[in-house]
Design a protein around this ligand. Structure first.
Ligand code: F6R
Length: 261
């Protein structure tokens, strides 16, 4: 079972996730991070930037792989995940741009992009810690309901719900691409530690299904139950549909200091 940590708010969640990442970076100068985009991980990236700065953590050798990218946005589009990762992660953390990969969503090369991305993750020795958000549809990465639990990086069609949810980043829903290239669920499960974050009532159902529901391709987030080291960090609202919330609080309150997440 995933470890579930119920925190006060996004800031506390960000501090907790950032402390786990900082521990990893101190232990391994060439650590491999799996990077989510969207709103959810922003407090983690901000907290991590503060720690790197305050504690003088060396990050020049840190490598990274984004989860996904839209297909067909013009190069340099501000909402393309290459740009988002540069703006929200690479620059504030001071990472080395050449070591941070994002799947290539250019339609001209899309047939080979997925295989190349999987090969690059393998060549890096796999992802040490994967930051994840979850969509209202239950997606992790952009693996929408029905995605194979063994899937690898490939092109997927976004659900209308996800396009509606992501329209806030664009001028209108028509501008949200229909397709994406995303790490598969099988790819995500190969990371050595999964840290799934979720905030707000709108995520409560997806979190309950991911943590406590049956493992099913219909609920891609539920794949985390197959992972030996998954940490779920949620605020009270996102935790509001969890049947065993009382137990998760009890376990966290009594966790030995030396254990970490
Ligand atoms: C982003 C990603 C998605 C998001 C999810 C939640 O790279 O793969 O799974 O994590 O759509 O998005 P936010 O955080 O914006 O609610």
């Amino acid at each position: 079972m995933a470890e579930v940590v119920i925190v006060r708010d996004e800031e506390e969640a960000g501090e907790l996730a950032a402390s786990a990442i900082a521990d990893l970076l101190r232990a391994r100068a060439d650590a491999v991070l799996g990077l989510a985009t969207g709103s959810t991980p922003l407090s983690t990236y901000r907290a991590l930037a503060r720690r790197i700065d305050a504690e003088g953590i060396a990050v020049a050798g840190v490598r990274g792989f984004a989860l996904d990218e839209y297909v067909g946005l013009p190069a340099g589009h501000p909402e393309g995940y290459r740009q988002v990762i540069t703006r929200e992660v690479v620059e504030p953390l001071g990472l080395t741009p050449e070591l941070i990969r994002v799947p290539n969503g250019d339609p001209a090369t899309i047939r080979t992009a997925a295989e190349a991305y999987e090969a690059a993750i393998d060549a890096a020795g796999g992802v040490d810690l994967q930051v994840l958000g979850i969509g209202r549809t239950g997606h992790i990465g952009f693996n929408e309901p029905g995605s194979s639990l063994a899937s690898r990086t490939r092109v997927k069609t976004l659900t209308e719900q996800t396009r509606i949810d992501n329209a806030r980043f664009f001028d209108s829903i028509e501008d949200v691409p229909m397709h994406c290239i995303t790490q598969g669920i099988g790819t995500i499960l190969r990371a050595r530690h999964l840290v799934l974050l979720a905030f707000g009532e709108a995520k409560a159902e997806a979190i309950a299904a991911a943590v406590e529901g049956p493992v099913s391709a219909s609920q891609p987030g539920s794949a985390i139950q197959l992972h030996p080291h998954a940490t779920v960090i949620v605020d009270e609202a996102a935790a509001s549909r969890l049947e065993h919330a009382g137990y998760y609080r009890h376990a966290w309150a009594n966790k030995p200091d030396w254990q970490g997440i």
